[in-house]
Design a protein around this ligand. Sequence first.
Ligand code: GAL
Length: 930
Amino acid sequence: MDLETFAPGSGRLEPRAALRSDAPALDLGGLWRFRLSPVADAPDDFARPGFDDSAWDELRVPAHWPLHGHGAPAYTNVSYPFPVDPPHVPDENPTGDYRRAFDLPDGWRGGRLRFDGVDSFARVWLNGHELGFSTGSRLPVEFDAGPWLRPGRNVLAVRVHQWSAASYLEDQDMWWLPGIFRDVTLTRSAADVFVHAAHDGRLSFEAAEGLLSIPELGVRDLAPGVEITVEAEPWTAETPRLYEAVLTTPHETARLRVGFRTVSVEDGVLLANGRPLLLKGVNRHEFHPDHGRAVPYETMREDVLLMKRHNVNAVRTSHYPPHPAFLDLCDELGLWVVDECDLETHGFGQVGWRGNPTDDPRWADALLDRMRRMVERDKNHPSVIMWSLGNEAGVGRNLAVMAGWTRERDPSRPLHYEGDWSCAHTDVYSRMYATHAEVEAIGRGEEDPLDDPALDARRRAMPFLQCEYAHAMGNGPGGLAEYQELFERFPRLAGGFVWEWIDHGLTDPRHEYAYGGDYGESVHDGNFVIDGLVFPDRTPSPGLLDLKKVFEPVRFEFGEGVVRVVNRHDFRDLAHLAFEAVVEDDGLEGARFPLAVPPSGGEVQLPALPPPPDGAGERWLTVRATLTGDQPWAAAGHELAWSQTRLPSPALPAAAGAGVRPQTSGGRLRLGGGEFDPRTGRLLRLFGLDVEGPRLDLYRAPTDNDRYGGLDRKWRQLGLHRLTHRVAGIETGDGITVRTRVAPAATDLGMRVTWTWTATSGSLNLSVDVEPEGEWPAPIPRLGLHLLLPGELGHVTWFGRGPGEAYPDTGMAARVGRWHAAIDDLQTPYVRPQENGHRADVRWAEFGGTGPGGFRVHGDPMFGLTARRWSTAELTAARHRPDLVPGDHVHLHLDLAHQGIGTATCGPGALPRYDLRPARATLRLRFTPA
Ligand code: GAL
């Protein structure tokens, strides 16, 4: 049957541009009748207009049926969820039958039925007549409805199969979600146009009929094929200047927005409008936790706004053309777009690429069809600067077919494809997850040569981009700043796109958000689908906040009494920004003043500052760049960039008070505000609060990067999650000295730890000296202390970096200041629980509750702070957030160091400089009552 045909469709009209036309149109979205069958060959008598569908369910269009009670979603990354047996598909083939009656307005004649997206194989009948079938889930298709439309009532019937031969072309890493998931329209528009508008004002267009006008530019009734030059402001993502254009044909008036811009490659550098272009990008899948890829317009808009507000300037539409409205938003609000074809055959990689459609001529039409439908639909968007042939589809002759047609149809845009490193069919050299070292080598033009000298020479002349890097799965990604530094250093490097924008967690009552395996799939890839910069509800993750910092379009450099402001926009100056400086002493504001920065940037003198208050502690200067006025993507006052520097301030006097010696009473050792167990030397009470600890802690609940990168396996082999503690001796004198040896079972590796407690009348001091014994084979997750506090200590105020989490190679967004949070709000809600919430470089932290009790811990000089209502073991065991149940205590971690985060789920682990290698170390703390 033609489910297993290589042909992409039948009965379809030629693809054309997405346009806004005044021709009449009927939106056929809304409630349809729906029936799901487990197999493909249920009777198709339902297509008859008189068929009685009253017993069927109702299903909204657009939507995916598994998200509305019919069947279930399923997630795989690379694997096909069916045998690799092209072009055949399983007999078990969920098939959705759709019916909808609609009334034609009086006098209506002719028209096209347009489907903007049906996943995956659709056969369409109008009034019982079969119009044809189509594949290509994320691509539009039109059928001529004219001959079969009748006055008054009409009946449209669609049969949608989840699996067909075309499923082999749609192996993207995402949920398998069948259904009519984009709009369905009956339209009388038939116009098509291809506008060419260059940044130097050259303007022309192609169309079978019609005249083009751009009233704002004085262009009236331009004929197709005639080139004129106008005075237009160029379009860039920073300055998305659009002009309303009107195409008038004898039958309709169609509108589109034109942006004048040029993309080119010169001397191996990617240029926009003749200037180097640095892509600060993200990969965006279409996703909504309730609606899957049937993304509401407001959500698309929210994506673009969030990207803009986080200094993102580019998006790769991984791995298929998005809803057409998304590209309108990119034109309007300003994002550079790599538009990617709906093609991925990654699962063939698991069978040695045998039978890969990319290299099989029988599939050539289907692949070309996909490319044509994308290019024709999206060709007028100034935001689209590159066409991508697809993702992870291996290599083969059909790439040449796709590229050949595209070059002829649209020579104005470079071609992208990552799957063929020879770059035989592309204009840019693109890779994913290359290490920093390799990116640097490519930046220098020192990459490993290709075997074919001609291809090698061609590739060496290409700009380089990372279409995917920094895998934002769970806690992380680490290494962002180091990538950006390389992208900015070498002109050949055009930047890249972080993988990926959003966690694809589906709303689920049991799990809060579901991932692979939660629907009982027999083949699945777990939480690999949870790897975004925003959580499923689009709350920015710490990774996105870091990315915003790394992508800042303004840089500050501090000197003696001056700050140098550097404009890092590609196309605009700083005139739209206001600058100010804030001085804080121990985190409390002491002064605030505007900075007069010239539009081109430069050195600015700082005014004389008021002297710091007595005994105030550290003094910090923060400078900020904010929007002076509202922009379409953010309100006035929105902060784009900031930086900090520490200013000189008088040293704090050493903690005062006479020395205190330990005493024994009531079976306890007492020192300062502390009460200790005389046998174990362990602290039991602190300033009247029941506490327990501190103990040495070397383990953390593994991050996704720790797990997938293999570090956690080593840590568990070592036994770092099951340390034992032996007291080797306790001495009292001026203070209390406790010697312990901390080690896991079954090894002679261990840590000698000396705990030295001293006190003055006002404080209890602790010095922890750690000395590793033996040859430690790997970096360790953390080096710190664990302490149990009473649960009522629910709040913490700290002076250090915040407000969010930070690890050695993350946390660029965390600035020095005085912060306050409830313990419950210190947790970062990663969909799959893991280490999170560490606050870095803390000088002091004060814990309190609703009652009077509390204490402050001071670092000498600093410590890392984590506090949560569950243990590391509970955090490790949790699979979903509801598995985490608050206990009676607060688990306080005071760390000297953490292992870096890296991005080993895909890509390199932490850079060596962020490895935590066991070595002698000392952590000094001082406790005072609050
Ligand atoms: C890439 C792929 C993406 C995604 C990522 C891992 O290889 O292109 O679609 O699977 O790996 O999250």
